[in-house]
Ligand binder design. Structure first.
Ligand SMILES: [Fe+2]
Length: 371
């Protein structure tokens, strides 16, 4: 049986100012955003809604502690609708705010009680990577567990996803790089996932093509060309979200979570550490499956033979983002068995989407090869 769905209604706006024309706000609305985005694009535009900023509750990517602090400050009963404008941190956290019961958040993620949506949700991404605006997934770092976990339940779907390319025009290049690489990895992991369908594959392929063509343009013409590509990258990120929202991401994400959770490496950057290693391993273990078709498709875009695709991809991506070794992030040899154990026993939601089975020993060997 093939199933495929796109749940939120998707809107593409030219200007940030059109958001409140499309969705007039009331005092029953809670807006969750960053101070930077608010001041640059929306200053004063959200009255009479309450506006909260994520930096009031912590820095970096979302953790359970950050989230609990935030919940202490908000009387959620006062709001019928959440409007979140931001990167993955903000969008993923906002999804949880729509639920009737949220605490203890660890129990929610362990599915000890059901997720029941009681508020409507509008998501507006300000990076071009997470695809969170169209998925039913929320990712949170659990500080005491030293890793990240995802909760994927239909209650987390937004009602509206709003794409506004203007919001990513001033993105620092490093944030653009890590977020767009994440989008590419969503597209490619979902493409080889056993849950892929002809529908999700179409979104995966289009996202990969748009991102690679954009990267080749940046590699050839320099960073100054980026503002002309914002609509493409934002759309590609959304396509990647639609693809992995249906077919899932896999071992690249699973291996990146212990690294990003323990050493606080940005999500897209952490994924990039593992990306080509995992796909080289797929190639080695099962070269004749769907990966052969994928490599022909990528080779056509990159202008190389299917055998050289991952080497050429790494050359291209290295012009966008610097790949570091695990030891450069502070990872030690002693960390690696626990990392591999975490992948095999705690990231089952992702590992079930692997292209071909990867044992503990293979995963540990891949971690070791990246030191
Ligand atoms: Fe991701």
């Amino acid at each position: 049986m093939n199933t495929f769905q796109i749940r939120p209604e998707i809107h593409l706006l030219d200007k940030a100012g059109e958001l409140t024309e499309l969705f007039p706000l009331t005092e029953r609305d809670l807006v969750f955003t960053s101070r930077h985005v608010y001041q640059n694009y929306f200053d004063g535009a959200f009255a009479p809604a309450r506006v909260i900023f994520h930096t009031d509750y912590g820095t970096g990517e979302p953790s359970d502690r950050f989230f609990e602090t935030m919940l202490d400050d908000i009387d959620l009963d006062r709001y019928d609708r959440i409007i979140a404008i931001g990167g993955g941190t903000i969008l993923d956290t906002a999804k949880l705010l729509t639920l009737r019961r949220i605490r203890p958040v660890g129990d929610l993620f362990d599915k000890k009680f059901p997720a029941e949506k009681v508020r409507s949700l509008i998501l507006v991404p300000t990076t071009c990577g997470t695809g969170s605006e169209v998925t039913n997934v929320s990712i949170l770092e659990f500080v005491d567990r030293h890793t990240k976990f995802g909760l994927a339940v239909d209650a987390l779907y937004a009602d509206h996803a709003v794409l506004i390319p203007e919001l990513i025009e001033k993105l620092p290049f490093s944030v653009f790089a890590t977020s767009s690489i994440d989008a590419f990895i969503h597209a490619i992991e979902s493409y080889v996932s056993p849950k892929a369908t002809v529908f999700s594959e179409m979104y995966s392929k289009k996202a990969m093509e748009m991102i690679l063509n954009g990267y080749m343009k940046i590699a050839g013409e320099g960073h100054a060309v980026l503002p002309s590509l914002t609509k493409d990258f934002l759309t590609a990120s959304c396509y990647g979200g639609i693809a992995f929202g249906n077919a899932g991401t896999g071992p690249v994400h699973a291996m990146s979570y212990p690294l990003s959770g323990t050493y606080h490496v940005p999500h897209g950057e952490s994924n990039y550490v593992f990306f080509t290693t995992v796909f080289h391993k797929y190639q080695e273990l099962k070269p004749d499956g769907k990966i052969a078709e994928l490599n022909r498709f990528l080779g056509n875009i990159l202008g190389c033979t299917p055998d050289d695709v991952y080497t050429e991809l790494e050359k291209l991506f290295n012009q966008i983002i610097t790949k570091k070794s695990l030891s450069e992030y502070g990872v030690t040899e002693e960390d690696l068995p626990a990392f591999a154990e975490n992948v095999c026993t705690k990231q089952g939601r992702l590992m079930q989407n692997t292209y071909t089975p990867l044992s503990y020993d293979v995963i540990l060997e891949m971690f070791r090869s990246l030191m």
